[in-house]
Design a protein around this ligand. Structure first.
Ligand SMILES: NC(=O)c1ccc[n+]([C@@H]2O[C@H](COP(=O)([O-])OP(=O)(O)OC[C@H]3O[C@@H](n4cnc5c(N)ncnc54)[C@H](O)[C@@H]3O)[C@@H](O)[C@H]2O)c1
Length: 329
């Protein structure tokens, strides 16, 4: 019999890719309040429920029994905590996490899997490894730190449910249009170049990230769901172990389009705690779950360019520069 899997934030970027890639393997239900998601991201084989993961009544609409629950809902990037977003950002993330975790346990799920973040590492020495001490550099990372600690305590209290966290590196791939200004820089640069507009690069463009295709993020999570051994409340990096600079990314995107759009370079407006570089150590997930990245950057970006739907593009980095003169990263 197919496993029954609930995905909160299922119509979002990573959630929709997980649901679409796994809708034959699992009986998948996607819950999303469409704050940043789009139900059109989902295949027809995925059961979609519009609702709020903070509300038990909405979680119950998804079903009574689940084998695994994947929690991806929440306030999904640091800039969303700015200004008026501070209290609501915490409330949405913490409340949806606790409510979904309790629901997962009560629904008989053996595994609760959740998104943490590589942002927790800040500017730690590279390669970034799970055993490093982390001091969350911003409110967004604080919520993920809380997730990790809360999950550990929950499994300690209720060992019948394992709680597995993933520190995703910088994830790119299709279905990010609904995130607009909060999308990954690869998506934003693709949308810019598609419209022959100059992407905006902070500083010299030599900052680098461990860009990880969403297909491999889904691979890592799926391996954890399938894993037969004990995982307890383990935390895993999901990345590639490689990195590319923003300048290199723009080159690859131009190549994929057959264009030569140049960047607008502005002084970096993020003056505190800006992450200069990121490169993951992926030995833990590789040894434990047999994970290995399968999508190289050039093929992943080419595929994203081929799948691009112009009608869905909402806002590019150059739109925002025009509007405000500064951009959130
Ligand atoms: N994309 C990345 O590079 C990345 C990196 C590290 C961690 N993460 C984490 O992974 C998770 C998924 O990220 P994503 O990029 O797919 O983000 P996303 O914003 O596209 O997806 C989150 C989804 O959750 C929904 N949502 C928010 N609050 C909700 C609530 N209370 N009830 C129901 N639905 C709700 C949103 O509408 C959205 O569709 C997030 O927790 C994010 O913080 C993402």
């Amino acid at each position: 019999m197919k496993k029954k899997v609930l995905v909160t934030g299922g119509a979002g970027f990573i959630g929709s890719n997980f649901c679409n890639l796994n809708c034959e393997k699992y009986d998948v239900v996607a819950l999303d309040n469409l704050f940043l998601g789009d139900s059109e991201n989902l295949n027809s084989a995925v059961k979609f429920i519009e609702g709020d993961a903070c509300k038990l009544s909405d979680l119950k609409k998804c079903g009574e029994k689940f084998d695994a629950v994947l929690h991806l809902a929440g306030t999904s990037s640091a800039p969303m905590f700015g200004g008026d977003g501070f209290v609501d950002g915490y409330r949405n993330s913490v409340e949806s996490f606790c409510q979904t975790l309790k629901f997962a346990h009560d629904s008989g799920a053996k595994k609760f899997l959740y998104a943490s973040t590589s942002s927790l590492y800040g500017n730690n020495p590279m390669p970034l490894v799970e055993t490093q001490m982390v001091i969350p550099p911003n409110h967004y990372a604080c919520t993920k730190f809380l997730y990790e600690q809360c999950a550990r305590c929950f499994t300690q209290q209720f060992p019948e449910i394992e709680t597995v966290g993933f520190r995703f590196m910088s994830v790119y791939g299709p279905n990010e249009e609904a995130k607009g200004q909060f999308a990954n820089m690869i998506s934003q640069f693709v949308w810019d170049v598609a419209r022959d507009e100059s992407p905006v690069i902070f500083g010299d463009g030599e900052q680098f990230r461990d860009f990880t295709n969403v297909v491999d993020v889904v691979q890592g999570i799926t391996r954890a769901i399938e894993f037969d051994g004990k995982l307890g409340s383990e935390i895993f990096n999901i990345g590639t172990g490689e990195f590319a600079t923003f300048n290199e990314i723009l080159e690859i995107i131009n190549e994929a389009f057959g264009k030569n759009v140049s960047a607008i370079r502005i002084p970096n407006p993020v003056t505190e705690m800006y992450v200069r570089g990121q490169e993951a150590d992926i030995s833990k997930i590789s040894k434990t779950l047999g994970y290995a990245p399968t999508v190289d950057l050039k093929s992943g970006i080419r595929a994203q360019v081929e799948q691009l739907n112009f009608k869905k593009i909402r806002e590019t980095s150059s739109d925002r520069l025009k509007k405000s003169g500064k951009i959130l990263s």
